[in-house]
Ligand binder design. Structure first.
Ligand SMILES: Cc1cc2nc3c(=O)[nH]c(=O)nc-3n(C[C@H](O)[C@H](O)[C@H](O)COP(=O)(O)OP(=O)(O)OC[C@H]3O[C@@H](n4cnc5c(N)ncnc54)[C@H](O)[C@@H]3O)c2cc1C
Length: 368
């Protein structure tokens, strides 16, 4: 039985661990803090392949969406995933690009259509049509969003209960143990060592902190994301909406999760966070423009996270070159892609099957 270590218990580590264990590997997950305590717990978590050219990268995202849907057969119910599609409208300068994207998506067989104001009203009766004005509205029926921590917990519970995987929280990996060019295990901050035939690094934006060996560092191009949560509000928003005033989705029990790209650009990871900060109030004010029935509500929480983006913005999935026994699984849009990537990684590591879908996304491209 192949012995594996998975570093990190976000959506990627949890997906990889579940599929490795299911495929027959012995799996130990080593997580520095808690399940979902990294970027996965602070994500807009929209499952989509919406604007992700070129085609092989779009396809990886579509495969992730399909894999999320397929989990319903495997688990009976997937309370962590929410469908309903997404709605989108753009300001005038961006409408030509929106139309071009919609046409490209349709030509690739993706569910993408224009809808009328009446259809929008049926889907989202609390949206103020004045915020739409004369903007064309697009609907993407197969998109949705995830509760990433609930998902990661479900995958790890299944890995443990069904397939005997071990999950250790509070286990910070500080270095790889090497025998020549071969990785044979990991060392934790407290000195504990774990042996493995293969170590899979799913530490997201902390990927390079798990090894001192500079030659094993993946170039990253991280960006900061800022999210605002409202208290439960009187609006029946049922899906992801990406509008000219704010991006929003439900976040359980009547809460809304809000995001606005231009605000991200004003933030750094050191920004002092408070629900009363002007940027948070501005996002809620924007949400009130979209959904007037929420009333004079204050932000309930704000969170900031760093996106784990490999240097050229595409996924880095595969063996680390010039070494053996060490595999990386690091990507942006990990919420969307992780259920597919977990299965593909297990195929490669346990069954020795090279997955053609990953050919363009090998870490080796950074080390030539
Ligand atoms: C604001 C924002 C919005 C986003 N929106 C979307 C979206 O709409 N759709 C989408 O698909 N994606 C989105 N993403 C990206 C997505 O959230 C990430 O790609 C995904 O969560 C990455 O998951 P991960 O498991 O790789 O990383 P993480 O969730 O960060 O997991 C890594 C884990 O490794 C642990 N760890 C770190 N160092 C060590 C160590 N040395 N030893 C042991 N454990 C360690 C951490 O504690 C953490 O739990 C968004 C991200 C942000 C920040």
């Amino acid at each position: 039985m192949i012995k594996t270590i998975v570093i990190g218990a976000g959506v990627m580590g949890a997906s990889v661990a579940y599929r490795l264990a299911q495929a027959g590997a012995e799996v130990t997950v080593l997580e520095a803090t808690r399940v979902g305590g990294g970027t996965s717990g602070i994500s807009f978590a929209w499952t989509n392949a919406h604007n992700k050219p070129p085609k092989p990268y779009h396809d990886l995202n579509v495969a992730g969406m399909k894999a999320h849907a397929a989990l319903a057969d495997e688990f009976g119910a997937t309370p962590w995933w929410h469908g309903g599609g997404s709605l989108e409208w753009e300001a005038e300068p961006d409408r030509a690009a929106q139309a071009a994207n919609l046409e490209q998506l349709r030509s690739w067989g993706y569910a993408a259509e224009w809808v009328t104001l009446r259809q929008v009203e049926e889907l989202e009766p609390d949206i103020d049509p004045a915020t739409i004005g004369d903007a064309p509205v697009a609907f993407f029926a197969d998109e949705g969003w995830l509760d990433p921590v609930v998902y990661a917990h479900a995958m790890l519970s299944a890995a443990r209960r069904r397939h005997g995987a071990k999950v250790v929280c509070g286990a910070r990996v500080v270095d790889l143990i090497m025998a020549g060019d071969r990785v044979t295990g990991v060392r934790l901050a407290d000195g504990t060592q774990y042996e493995a035939d293969t170590v899979v690094n799913c530490a997201g934006r902390w990927t390079n902190e798990a090894t001192h060996e500079a030659g094993l560092h993946l170039p990253l191009a991280p960006t900061v994301g800022f999210l605002v949560f409202t208290p439960p509000v009187a609006a029946s928003l049922g899906r992801v909406v990406r509008t000219t005033v704010v991006h929003a989705r439900p976040d359980g029990a009547g809460r809304l999760l809000l995001h606005w790209n231009p605000t991200d650009a004003t933030m750094s990871f050191d920004t002092k966070l408070s629900p009363s900060m002007p940027e948070a109030r501005d996002l809620v004010r924007r949400a009130r423009q979209l959904l007037p029935s929420i009333g004079e509500v204050e932000p309930e929480a704000v969170r900031i996270a760093i996106r784990p983006i490999p240097g050229d913005h595409f996924s880095a999935i595969g063996p680390m070159p010039r070494t053996s026994g060490y595999y990386l699984a690091v990507t942006h849009s990990g919420v969307t892609m992780s259920p597919f990537l977990g299965a593909a990684v297990a195929d490669e590591i346990v069954r020795g099957r090279q997955r053609a879908e990953l050919a363009d996304f090998r870490p080796a491209r950074f080390f030539n």
